[in-house]
Design a protein around this ligand. Structure first.
Ligand code: DOR
Ligand code: ZN
Length: 344
């Protein structure tokens, strides 16, 4: 096979930032994807429908001339989010989900939820309105080993939440473990996004020959057995698993730092990275549904109709791309990839 034609994909988990950073990264996503679920972890976060409307306007203003792209907005859940805000969000239509970050778990999460039991009235409203809840599924307890924080989150928080609100539609974001795959398979009304880095790498990659900060993200990469479980899930043709890059740009100096930021930048070459992962297990025939169908189906949105083409031709991921006052190092910079997306 020399050419792979698929329906234009959507990115169901994306960080676009704001201001000049937004202007620098958005064109990369627009080049490959028709729509994206935009994370609300700005500083300060996108907490209300008004915040989301203003952010959406800034994103739309940053779309390159002549290009089409639809930002799908999310609200950042806090201890103070009200059921009324959920009703307003549903009515506004451009807000597609609400994101839960445990306070302090990751980048710009200091406004996040300190005690999930405070959110019961909001979850009730979300369940009633059919508003999906997106979970950063890690406990913030520093006493829990960083490699176990996702598993412990499921046990301590997700299972009770599922029992209390069985109809609430949940996306467990950027899953990293076999335990999460199994939980999603076994539980109704829950789906999961999977990033390219968690499909391509295990935790050894962070320490290959020295410390490699561009492979550091949260949740952190896990053991090989977990990577394999994710590959199996993503290529299984099960609609509960779909594409979400979690492309999370941080400038080179913020990554290559004595306390480097978490996040991998993959918007530049997202679909090619997924193609590489799917090709590694001879499952390119499963890429289209994972990248372009199942996410839209979960969010009850129409599937895209336009097609894109991936060509079998070797190319090298650039060492850097431009970013305000610095540069961005793409995930797996310098690596040769076998599939290439060429814009129409
Ligand atoms: O690695 C990550 N980066 N994980 C997150 O949860 C947040 C993200 C970011 O915003 O940089
Ligand atoms: Zn994220």
């Amino acid at each position: 096979m020399q050419e792979l034609k698929i329906t234009r994909p959507d990115d169901w988990h994306l960080h676009l930032r704001d201001g000049d950073a937004l202007k620098a990264v958005l064109p990369h996503t627009v080049r490959q994807f028709a729509r994206a679920i935009v994370m609300p972890n700005l500083k300060p976060p996108v907490r209300t429908v008004d915040d989301a409307r203003a952010y959406r306007d800034r994103i739309i203003a940053a779309i390159p001339e002549g290009k089409k792209f639809e930002p799908l907005m999310t609200l950042y859940l806090t201890d103070n989010t009200t059921p009324e805000e959920i009703i307003a969000a549903k009515a506004a239509q451009f807000v597609k989900a609400v994101k839960y970050y445990p306070a302090g778990a990751t980048t710009n999460s200091e406004f996040g939820v300190t005690d999930i039991s405070r959110c019961d009235r909001v979850f009730e409203a979300m369940q009633k309105e059919g508003m999906p809840l997106l979970l950063h599924g890690e406990v913030r307890d520093q006493a829990v080993d960083v490699f176990d924080r996702e598993k412990v989150f499921i046990e301590q928080y997700l299972i009770p939440l599922r029992t209390k609100f069985p109809e609430l539609r949940i996306v467990l974001e950027h899953i990293t473990t076999a335990d999460s795959v199994q939980f999603v398979l076994d539980t109704p009304n829950i789906a999961a996004t999977i990033t390219p880095q968690h499909l391509l790498f295990n935790r050894n990659e962070i320490f290959k020959g020295g410390i490699r900060p561009h492979f550091y993200c949260l949740p952190i990469l896990k053991r090989e057995q977990h990577r394999q479980a994710l590959i199996t899930a993503a290529t299984s043709g099960n609609p509960k698993f779909f594409l979400g890059t979690d492309s999370a740009p941080h400038s080179r100096d913020h990554k290559e730092n004595s306390c480097g930021c978490a996040g991998c930048f993959s918007a530049l070459h997202a679909i090619e990275l997924y193609a590489e992962a799917f090709a590694s297990v001879n499952a390119l025939d499963k890429l289209e549904a994972f990248a372009s169908f199942y996410g839209a189906d979960f969010y009850q949105l129409p599937r895209n109709t336009e097609q894109i083409t991936l060509t079998k031709s070797t190319w090298q991921i650039p060492d850097q791309v431009s970013f305000p006052e610095s540069e961005l190092v793409p995930l797996w910079a310098g690596q040769e990839l076998k599939w290439r997306y060429i814009e129409n």
